[in-house]
Design a protein around this ligand. Structure first.
Ligand code: ATP
Ligand code: MG
Length: 418
């Protein structure tokens, strides 16, 4: 018989507890900052990402899954990220009340070389604040994420890198200097960077080629080209983060993938992740909303958390999916006569919110106990003919082995009181 395997770069989650716990913990945290959940489609127009991310980004250049919806045009794609979709939805719905603070989570698709922490279908938790012109919002968003990783998840050894890309004029001035630098050193650049040098200059900083990276250590950096207003804003961001107790390092070569990024950009990185060291990234994208056809621009901010990478870190630091699980109660009818009673009892426990299962078809008490042990039951509820006659159950604490008798009508409240 043919054996089928999952598609390269995808994963089966055969236990969703840690995944759900991770997503729910982030949701609960960001809701307190006024973010509301939305959901946008996985299918989008290919053109949306070409427009928003830019042709020279790795994602658009080589990682998109595109296909046609009947006419061979590759006009449809599986979304590779969420910011473009959220911005599209904002403009399409004509939302006028800002700030619009929203979050969403779900699968993203990129045709990359699969390795630890890098998949072709992966999950992001995405946060966007649209219509937030002040850089104090940059501070608030970064502090929110820092508290999440540091205090809520208690992650050790993660670090925050930030950079400030300034205003359009600053980036234009920097670009002139950078192009000059690349022209002089063109011999030492990889093929892609030679292309990038003229088509999308800032992207050279994204290059993972070690030779390019060494060369770029001496390249002009954008924070040396900030005008006075930008310099003051950059200072406010740094002071604000200090005041909020957020530690960070300035990485002057951090530019991020999106063409629209302006002012603050950041990444949270961890040594636990090897080469794929960034598990959360984001920044400010002023001008993007206007470019999608909105009459007015809404300066905005966003961040994406890579769920799989966050889970790798949580697992390496000893997160136990089981600890977030409710205890299991097993009802053990001793013979066929008690099976209906067992089902009815199970329903009353479930109605009270207790996790309950009934075991049938085990012919001896010993087997039932072995089974209860194996599935990690907290309590075994034994119902034999004596219990049936007296309206009681024998409740066995599986950890201590102690038995007590409890009235059937009091069983749910008794278990809840433990
Ligand atoms: P990288 O530099 O690792 O390729 P990126 O800059 O492409 O990351 P973003 O587009 O900023 O990543 O996405 C935000 C987050 O999504 C990343 O920090 C990472 O945690 C996660 N992520 C990105 N690509 C993948 C992938 N292929 N598999 C798993 N997680 C990913
Ligand atoms: Mg990438």
């Amino acid at each position: 018989m043919a054996q089928f395997n999952r598609v390269r770069g995808t994963q089966d989650f055969l236990d969703m507890r840690l995944f759900n716990h991770t997503v729910q913990t982030i949701s609960k945290h960001v809701i307190r900052y006024g973010f509301q959940e939305i959901s946008t489609p996985i299918l989008e127009q290919t053109q949306l990402f070409k427009r928003i991310l830019g042709q020279q980004t790795d994602v658009v250049h080589k990682e998109m899954y595109t296909f046609d919806s009947g006419d061979g045009s590759h006009d449809t794609c599986l979304r590779p990220e969420a910011t473009a979709s959220v911005a599209r939805a904002f403009v399409e719905a004509g939302i006028a009340t800002v700030p619009w603070r929203v979050f969403s989570s779900g699968p993203m698709f990129r045709r990359e070389r699969p390795q630890k922490g890098r998949y072709r279908q992966f999950h992001q938790f995405n946060i966007e604040a649209i219509g937030v012109p002040s850089v104090m919002d940059d501070v608030q968003l970064i502090a929110m994420l820092d508290h999440l990783f540091d205090q809520v998840f208690n992650i050790d050894g993660c670090a925050l890198q930030i950079n400030f890309l300034g205003a359009k004029e600053d980036r234009a001035a920097h670009k002139v200097a950078l192009m000059e630098f690349l022209k002089v050193n063109v011999e030492q650049l990889c093929k892609r960077c030679v292309e990038r040098a003229t088509s999308n200059t800032l992207r050279v900083f994204d290059c993972k080629n070690p030779k390019c990276q060494t060369l770029l250590k001496d390249a002009p950096v954008v924070t040396d080209y900030l005008n006075q207003v930008s310099q003051a804003e950059w200072q406010r961001v740094q002071d604000g983060l200090h005041d909020m107790g957020v530690s960070f390092a300035h990485n002057p070569r951090l530019v991020r993938g999106l063409d629209y990024y302006a002012k603050t950009v950041f990444e949270f990185v961890s040594g636990d992740l090897g080469a794929q060291d960034s598990f959360c990234a984001g920044g400010r994208y002023d001008g993007l909303i206007a470019d999608l056809g909105s009459k007015q621009d809404y300066p905005s901010l966003g961040a994406a958390i890579g769920i799989e990478r966050l889970m790798i870190m949580l697992e390496e630091q000893g997160a136990d999916a089981g600890q977030h699980q409710l205890p299991l109660h097993l009802i053990l009818p001793m013979s066929a006569e008690q099976e209906t009673l067992a089902l009815l009892l199970a329903d009353t426990l479930r109605a009270a919110g207790l996790v309950t299962d009934v075991v049938y078809g085990k012919d001896s008490m010993k087997r039932m106990m072995r089974y209860a042990d194996r599935v990690g039951a907290a309590y075994a509820v034994i119902v034999g003919s004596n219990e049936q006659a007296s309206g009681t159950v024998t409740l066995k604490n599986m950890r201590t082995g102690d038995n007590i008798e409890v009235k059937q009508v009091e069983l749910a409240s008794y278990l809840l009181s433990l």
